[in-house]
Design a protein around this ligand. Structure first.
Ligand SMILES: CCCCCCCCCCCCC/C=C/C(=O)SCCNC(=O)CCNC(=O)[C@H](O)C(C)(C)COP(=O)(O)OP(=O)(O)OC[C@H]1O[C@@H](n2cnc3c(N)ncnc32)[C@H](O)[C@@H]1OP(=O)(O)O
Ligand SMILES: Cc1cc2nc3c(=O)[nH]c(=O)nc-3n(C[C@H](O)[C@H](O)[C@H](O)COP(=O)(O)OP(=O)(O)OC[C@H]3O[C@@H](n4cnc5c(N)ncnc54)[C@H](O)[C@@H]3O)c2cc1C
Length: 665
């Protein structure tokens, strides 16, 4: 392990004895190879050994403004450390922006995150070679700091409804940016409140008196020297949120603010000097930055889930409560089947989500390379799959994090458990980068289109042609995946039938769509789940795994796909042929039995499995989840940090309580 403590809780020590598989093999698998593990560890040592990056007091005790200032201090220090990073700049940046190493230093969000996660990708994806030459080096060198300003007070989802205008003036060859109403103000962009001095701004482009839709513009917001907002720019921070409080989300208004013509990012569409508009090959290419973030968010949410599962699993093996066998010692709460039922599915989910996210990342890279060459064939599949997995990983992830919190009883409710922060991050991902319901409906649109037109990308091939595979109950892993597939196909057909029924009643297509939303969303979710389980099963078929690792991963895989089947059993009832053949009843009986057996089989390896995530204590940032299991002492140490414990009687006693007590005498 990366940290050897002198103390080790005896229960955890026992859990770690006789581990049947090589933990490092799983660590390497998750890191992407032995060398990557070594690189990650070296980077963690480099960053986490720096005393200046440690918190003097827990963040919860700081004011909103002090929290921001403190995190900005550390974020800037991290950027200074980039230069000498042993892992190279790009891997270091990746590690520092996300929920892993970065979160050990910047616990409530990185004020520079948007610069790297959206501003630079937007410049790369939307800027011409000349524009990249002008801005990218400045951005990489942090001469300028940017954000991505799209959402407005009145519109986040419906991008065609954005109100900010950029009107071309051929006389001066400038665009005039304007916020025509209060609801046109940009609202939400991260780092916009106080940190950024530039932004890629999405605005409705007007030229020659015609609106050409939303386009990205490079806009300077603040003076590069004084950091004061430029004349014509109204800017501020939007205030405290459920989580991510040091991402300084902001607002932004334009009062006839002029920018040169060449600050329209013109890789896909152009405005010529005389105001002539040149269309892109596909109008959705300006949405590409969002696609990139949806892809990386799947990985990020998975890392956060791994943290929550590690904390809850270790704690559940240290915590002893109640009586299992009359007269016996109180058992570890992990020995209750009910607790295993809470924690082992999310543990399995961390593997399932990672494998699916890896697949999506590969698709993204291939599709992106093709797009650079002008080939857009993979774009619909990339859009469909990135929406599906972003929505699935974030929604299931947030539910699982909450279950992990509940599994730690009262102590899970403490801020220091780190669950509130982890939940704040994961649930944010349910909303940002496309609200999940809206994304499910985008997925459904793709599925319905594929099924009806019998053409679509790789992720939806199963919707094309006749259904293949066994028609009766088949207890193999393949058999159960086939059941998922039949459910997914069946739900798309149910949704189409619903749309057609409304059509026959004379409803317009948009009304029919609205009235079929419940079915459409179920179909989209079944599709996403099918993709995840197929990725998990297929990944185990290939790869150079040792027999013990393959065994435990296969158990997790089987547990996970049965868990989802049982959880989502209601959906099977939508598919009429399942009921007709009594398939549903038989399936449930067989599967429930197997599920319970798998809980018992995996239980002894739970701690070893979370140990293989190799998450350092600094990253877990929770007294409940530390490697040594010294939970109670650490909880006490945390309580000692409370400002209310710095004196035996607080001054407010004399001010308020004492007079009240006296008045009652
Ligand atoms: C570097 C590693 C570290 C990782 C760490 C990461 C995490 C930490 C940082 C956290 C940062 C968070 C920052 C958050 C930022 C934001 O939230 S930015 C704002 C994001 N906003 C949204 O996502 C808005 C959501 N809305 C939309 O995407 C669209 O408006 C819509 C819902 C898709 C609808 O658009 P519309 O133009 O109305 O399209 P439709 O008419 O519905 O569809 C038309 C066709 O276009 C296709 N399509 C739609 N979108 C895309 C796309 N992106 N790509 C490709 N194609 C697309 C759609 O399928 C339709 O196709 P057809 O059916 O063929 O017609
Ligand atoms: C932490 C955080 C960080 C963010 N960072 C940024 C950023 O950096 N840059 C940026 O530009 N934006 C950012 N955003 C904004 C974010 O992208 C939007 O909030 C998000 O896209 C949702 O849009 P909305 O707020 O307009 O929700 P709405 O669309 O108003 O959603 C409200 C409800 O309406 C439903 N709804 C809306 N449309 C439909 C439909 N067509 N069919 C069915 N139901 C519908 C939704 O499902 C939801 O239940 C951030 C948001 C958060 C929370």
């Amino acid at each position: 392990m990366s940290q050897k403590e002198t103390y080790e809780n005896p229960d955890l020590k026992k859990e770690r004895q006789n581990c049947p598989f090589n933990k490092e093999e799983i660590t390497n698998l998750l890191d992407g190879g032995k060398e990557k593990t070594a690189e990650r560890k070296q980077l963690e040592n480099y960053i986490l050994s720096d005393e200046q990056l440690k918190d003097a007091v827990p963040m919860e005790y700081l004011s909103h403004a002090d929290k921001y200032a403190e995190e900005l201090r550390k974020a800037c220090l991290l950027m200074h450390k980039l230069e000498n990073s042993p892992a190279g700049q790009v891997p270091t940046l990746r590690a520092l922006m996300g929920a892993g190493l970065g979160s050990a230093v910047l616990k409530e969000g990185n004020p520079l995150a948007l610069h790297y996660v959206m501003f630079i990708p937007a410049l790369m994806g939307q800027g011409t070679i000349d524009q990249q030459a002008k801005w990218l080096a400045k951005a990489y060198n942090l001469n300028i700091i940017g954000t991505y300003a799209q959402t407005e007070l009145g519109h986040g989802t419906f991008l065609r409804g954005l109100e900010t205008t950029a009107t071309y003036d051929p006389n001066t060859q400038e665009f005039v940016l304007e916020s025509p109403s209060l609801t046109a103000y940009k609202w939400w962009p991260g780092s916009l409140g106080k940190t950024a001095n530039y932004a890629v701004v999405m605005a409705q482009l007007y030229t020659k008196g015609k609106c050409e839709g939303t386009h990205p513009f490079m806009v300077q917001l603040r003076d590069e020297e004084t950091h004061e907002p430029l004349p014509g720019i109204v800017i501020g921070e939007i205030g405290p949120k459920l989580g991510m409080n040091t991402n300084d989300n902001g607002y932004l208004g334009f009062e006839k603010f002029r920018i040169p013509r060449d600050q329209l990012l013109m890789k896909h569409s152009q405005v010529l000097e005389d105001g002539t508009y040149v269309k892109p090959t596909n109008s959705k290419l300006s949405y590409a930055t969002m696609v990139f973030v949806r892809v990386v968010v799947c990985q990020d949410v998975t890392t956060n889930l791994r943290k929550a599962v590690t904390i809850a699993t270790r704690y559940s093996c240290v915590r002893r409560q109640s009586e299992l066998k009359p007269g016996d010692r109180e058992p570890q709460v992990m020995d209750y089947q009910a607790q295993q039922n809470k924690l082992l599915p999310p543990l399995a989910a961390t593997f399932a989500f990672q494998l699916a996210s890896d697949h999506l990342w590969n698709l993204y890279n291939t599709a992106n390379n093709n797009i650079e060459q002008g080939d857009l064939e993979l774009l619909p599949d990339l859009h469909g799959l990135s929406c599906a997995l972003k929505a699935l990983c974030s929604s299931e992830g947030a539910n699982f994090v909450e279950v992990c919190r509940q599994s730690c009883g009262g102590h899970g409710y403490m801020a220091c458990s780190n669950f509130p922060r982890i939940y704040g991050q994961v649930t944010a991902a349910e909303t940002y980068e496309g609200e999940n319901t809206v994304l499910w409906l985008q997925v459904a649109r793709y599925l319905v289109k594929t099924r009806k037109e019998q053409t679509g990308g790789l992720s939806v091939k199963y919707l094309i042609g006749e259904e293949k595979g066994p028609k009766t109950v088949d207890t193999t892993l393949e058999g159960i995946v086939h059941l998922y597939r039949r459910t997914a196909v069946g739900l798309v057909d149910v949704a189409i039938a619903e749309l057609e029924k409304s059509g026959r009643k004379g409803e317009a297509p948009h009304d029919a769509w609205n009235h079929a939303a419940v079915y459409l969303i179920k179909a989209a979710q079944a599709h996403a789940r099918l993709f995840v389980v197929e990725s998990f099963v297929n990944s185990l078929k290939v790869g150079n795994l040792s027999a013990p690792v393959r065994t435990v991963l296969s158990q997790l895989c089987e547990l996970f796909i049965i868990y989802w089947l049982l959880e989502r059993s209601g959906e099977l009832f939508f598919v009429r042929q399942f009921i007709k053949k009594r398939l549903v009843t038989v399936e449930f009986q067989v599967r429930t039995l197997l599920y319970v057996k798998l809980l018992a089989a995996i239980r002894p390896q739970a701690v070893n499995l979370v140990d293989s995530f190799d998450l350092r204590d600094e990253i877990l940032a929770s007294p409940l989840g530390c490697w040594d299991g010294n939970v109670y002492q650490r909880l006490f140490d945390e309580a000692a940090k409370s400002p209310l414990n710095q004196s035996s009687v607080h001054e407010s006693f004399h001010k308020y309580l004492k007079p009240l007590l006296k008045s009652n005498l």
